[in-house]
Design a protein around this ligand. Sequence first.
Ligand code: ATP
Length: 311
Amino acid sequence: MAYLEVNDLKVHFPIKGGILGRTVDHVKAVDGVSLRIEKGMTYGLVGESGSGKSTTGRAIMGLNQITEGNIILNGKDVTNERGTRETFRKEVQMIFQDPYSSLNPRKRVYDILAEPLRNFQKLSKEEENKRIHELLKTVGLSPESIHKYPHQFSGGQRQRIGIARAVALQPKLIIADEPVSALDVSVQAQVLNFMQEIQKEYGLTYIFIGHDLGVIRHVCDRIGIMYKGRFVEEGNTDEIFNNPQHIYTKRLVSAIPDINPRNRQRQIDLRAQVKKEYEESYDKYFDEDGSVYPLQRISDTHLVALPRRGE
Ligand SMILES: Nc1ncnc2c1ncn2[C@@H]1O[C@H](COP(=O)(O)OP(=O)(O)OP(=O)(O)O)[C@@H](O)[C@H]1O
């Protein structure tokens, strides 16, 4: 049994129009996403801006309403209790992209970290103080940090505070929505390594949302590539990076910068070749309205959105 199952998730946002503000149409932000996540693994949601990654994460977390589909956690259907039930809120936490706006600028670090504890655990003042110092130690910040405000820290340190807040209740699943995208490249590696350390220490499962394929390849065991609210391809990270099957995935993979300058020309050629292939075979990979086909299993661990034979 998988730790988390998402079955045919759909999140459609109404578009209001006309004088009376009636619903005139819907944005199909997520339109039929299914995935399975084993305990302790890191699952990546990848795709260009607007493809529906954040909405998928927010829907699992209970921050967006679900139009259709269900979410099973530990074998239990939690679709209707996400975001409300205490057990769910303790088990699943989120880390956000922007460590500048996700921390309340008017609160000191002590109160930022005390908030989840006060909401969900009845600790004495002494226990609370001890726990907050432990959390700071876990994320590598000094004890004096408790008196400071978020603006007195660097971006990387702020993200550590965000992570400390997320792990305060000892969750099992963390949905990390572009957790390093707002950070300098040099700081990104530190925060990623640190996230991997606490993953081991706490036995955490991650859903990692990102668009930087280099980062995704480094941290994820399995990935789902999103395009217009659906998966284009899904499978083990190495399998997809080494052997992408969908033309859209091939394009993404060929765009990853090769750090070795000697490979530069080869990469330019590859990109040109994939771009040509993309244009020539677009009709084979996309439906008439530009949407992708349902996923088909091509091996035990690899699914691709290709038209069924004969279509
Ligand atoms: N609350 C909302 N109301 C209406 N439309 C929304 C809402 N939230 C998201 N959308 C739309 O849903 C689509 C998917 O957005 P989403 O933020 O999930 O994409 P994303 O892949 O995470 O993009 P990014 O990388 O830019 O964050 C977009 O077209 C977006 O405009």
